[in-house]
Design a protein around this ligand. Structure first.
Ligand code: DGY
Length: 323
């Protein structure tokens, strides 16, 4: 029986690539280039499984490829808004993701951004490296403390809850949140967090707003000009979810006009491009999509993909099938 043919769209951690090669007839992407739409189509035609990630756009146009051989898209990452899951289903393609294994690291990064922007760490480092630091003084780069402030979370799934725990237990923050469905009390065990009915209620109360909902679909520009205006003028916006959840042009305008204290962003609408208005601002911390970027987590994500593929090719339902 020939081994399933699989294609990995980007370089993955060595340990995972070795495991994939041991189990499957594996095509790797040695130079780690971003695959074009035509290369993705060719991959779907020639392989039983394609293993994409957030940098691959698998829209209806790509998935409409003639005579695909692929039967599964085993995504490396928890977010999969770069895949048109309806089009994939129509083409008979199963889609899987990698939930759970990146919760802690992504939550850590949300806290990193909160601290960096509130304590003006990026500004300070830029000043020091540029040789502009003239020494300690009481009024120098004075920021905002987290302790005692209110954190508003939009999307109270695994990552939102992990952020809330860090903020409350580590920094004594109050937590309010919006989630489309009620969040079970067991999931919130040990936390004092209040679910509010509308996003606007959260925006009106929070000193920090952290986004943890999926991207795409109805969540595109969930945080638009009107919702930015509903935030407190001294509040900070943190996004480690997906870039398209925020209207970047509206955010840049709100920051430029002092209608918001600052923002910490790990994700962008058109990665790797960043809105020029944001690049020009001091009170924005910009990171290159590092939420899950630890050795432990990136390996765990890859091994989770392996589990999904093994189950699929054994004729079982993959543990992380989303469509
Ligand atoms: C995720 O897992 O969704 C990360 O953002 C990388 O895609």
């Amino acid at each position: 029986m020939p081994r399933p043919r699989i294609l990995v769209t980007r370089r993955w951690p060595d340990a995972v690539e070795r495991r994939l090669c041991a189990l499957f007839d594996t095509t790797l992407n040695a130079d780690d280039h971003r695959l074009s739409a035509d290369e993705l189509r060719a991959a779907l035609r020639a392989h039983d499984a394609v293993l994409p990630t957030v940098s691959d756009r698998l829209d209806a146009g790509v998935l409409a490829v003639e005579a695909p051989r692929a039967r599964i898209l085993a995504n490396y990452g928890v977010g999969y808004s770069h895949i048109d899951v309806d089009a994939a289903r129509e083409r008979g393609l199963v889609v899987t993701n990698t939930p759970g294994v990146l919760t802690d690291c992504t939550a850590d990064l949300a806290l990193t951004l909160m601290l960096m922007v509130a304590r003006r760490a990026g500004e300070g480092e830029r000043e020091l490296r540029a040789g502009r630091w003239t020494g300690w003084r009481p009024t120098h780069l004075v920021g905002t403390r987290l302790s005692g402030k209110t954190l508003g979370i939009i999307g109270m799934g695994r990552i939102g809850i992990a952020v809330a725990r860090r903020a409350q237990h580590g920094f004594g923050m109050q937590v309010v949140f919006f989630n489309r469905s009620p969040v079970a009390a067991e999931a919130l065990a040990g936390l004092q967090a209040t679910q509010l009915e509308h996003i606007e209620d959260v925006l009106a109360q929070a000193d920090f707003v952290s986004l943890h909902c999926p991207g795409g679909g109805a969540n595109r520009h969930l945080i638009d000009a009107a919702r930015l205006a509903a935030m407190k003028p001294h509040a900070f916006l943190i996004n480690t979810a997906r870039g398209d959840v925020v209207d970047e042009a509206a955010l840049a305008a709100a920051l430029q006009h002092g209608r918001l204290a600052g923002a910490g962003l790990d994700v962008f609408e058109a990665e790797p491009q960043v809105h020029p208005g944001l690049l020009a601002l001091e009170n924005v911390v910009l990171l290159p999509h590092l939420g899950s970027a630890t050795r432990e987590t990136r390996e765990a994500m890859g091994m989770r993909v392996v589990d999904n593929l093994v189950a699929f090719f054994d004729g079982r339902r993959p543990p992380d099938q989303v469509s």
